[in-house]
Design a protein around this ligand. Structure first.
Ligand SMILES: C[S@@+](CC[C@H](N)C(=O)[O-])C[C@H]1O[C@@H](n2cnc3c(N)ncnc32)[C@H](O)[C@@H]1O
Length: 250
């Protein structure tokens, strides 16, 4: 299924349900980012007669997972998430793709799930809005494991919160974001969710979690990645792609 189909939006709403509709109101940039992650994954040069092997970190309720599955045809996707209440929704929402043999799940945490995979066995590791949740030292280890499991020529595709290097500008961006949460969630009378989002934001912005652009990209370089690009920045949201050096052959 291609993203250009007019019912793409309706399909997401139908498959993921209320969760998708609410996120679209609270954080439309994140929905757009999942779509971009899916489209980018689908441009990986296809291997002859074998499926595109993709690992997704932090599948949540399945929004990014669906974006990847919708954009790529011949695919084997392993979606990892260590929060069962989230992953159970994805399992329910995306059952048709499981039945087709295109999708499987791991309930382990990202690091130990990656550690279980053989080296050079995955074409693309994709993720949206997950790596920024990791404490910095855990994220470094995850990035090293991503590099290990990728085939030479394999890609990392991560749509996420990349904090701006300019701290004053970053603070302004977060203030604008908080203003948006208050506007949308008070109108919806969802003070419970407002509290949840603000509390979570403190976690994202804390010293040991915040994923600032330049150190994050340097971390990828230190792990061995090349062709590291940050694009599609919209406030704190940006798409990062990186390549494991080597030829594309599996
Ligand atoms: C904000 S959600 C993103 C979901 C989806 N990718 C999206 O963009 O809508 C982040 C997900 O990462 C998962 N997560 C957080 N830390 C994790 C870890 N260490 N290992 C595996 N999953 C993790 C959470 O359970 C959550 O479902």
């Amino acid at each position: 299924m291609s993203n250009s189909q007019p019912n793409y939006e309706a399909m997401f709403s139908g498959v993921i349900g209320k969760d998708y509709d609410l996120l679209k109101l609270i954080c439309p940039a994140s929905i757009e980012m999942s779509r971009r992650v899916g489209e980018t994954v689908a441009t990986y040069p296809p291997a002859q007669n074998s499926p595109l092997k993709v690992v997704e970190l932090g599948g949540g309720t399945g929004i990014t997972t669906l974006a990847i599955l919708s954009a790529a045809g011949n695919i084997e996707l392993l979606s990892i998430d260590n929060e069962p209440t989230m992953q159970d929704q994805a399992k329910h929402n995306l059952k048709p793709w499981v039945d087709e043999g295109k999708l499987s799940f791991s309930g382990r945490d990202a690091l130990s799930a990656l550690q279980q995979l053989p080296a050079a066995s995955v074409h693309v590791v994709a993720s949206a809005y997950t790596l920024h949740n990791f404490p910095g030292d855990y994220r470094v280890r995850v990035v090293e494991e991503i590099f290990r499991v990728l085939v030479p020529g394999g890609w990392l595709v991560n749509g996420d919160r990349y904090a701006l290097d300019d701290i004053t500008e970053h603070t302004r961006s977060i203030q604008k974001e908080v203003g948006g949460y208050f506007k949308v969630l008070t109108e919806l009378n969802r003070i419970d969710l407002l509290e949840h989002w603000i509390v979570h934001l403190f976690n994202d912005e804390s010293e040991n979690h915040v994923m600032r652009e330049t150190p994050a990209l340097s971390g990828l370089e230190n792990a061995g990645f090349t062709s590291i690009k940050l694009s599609n920045r919209q406030e704190v949201n940006a798409l990062v792609t990186a390549v494991k050096p080597g030829s594309m052959a599996v």
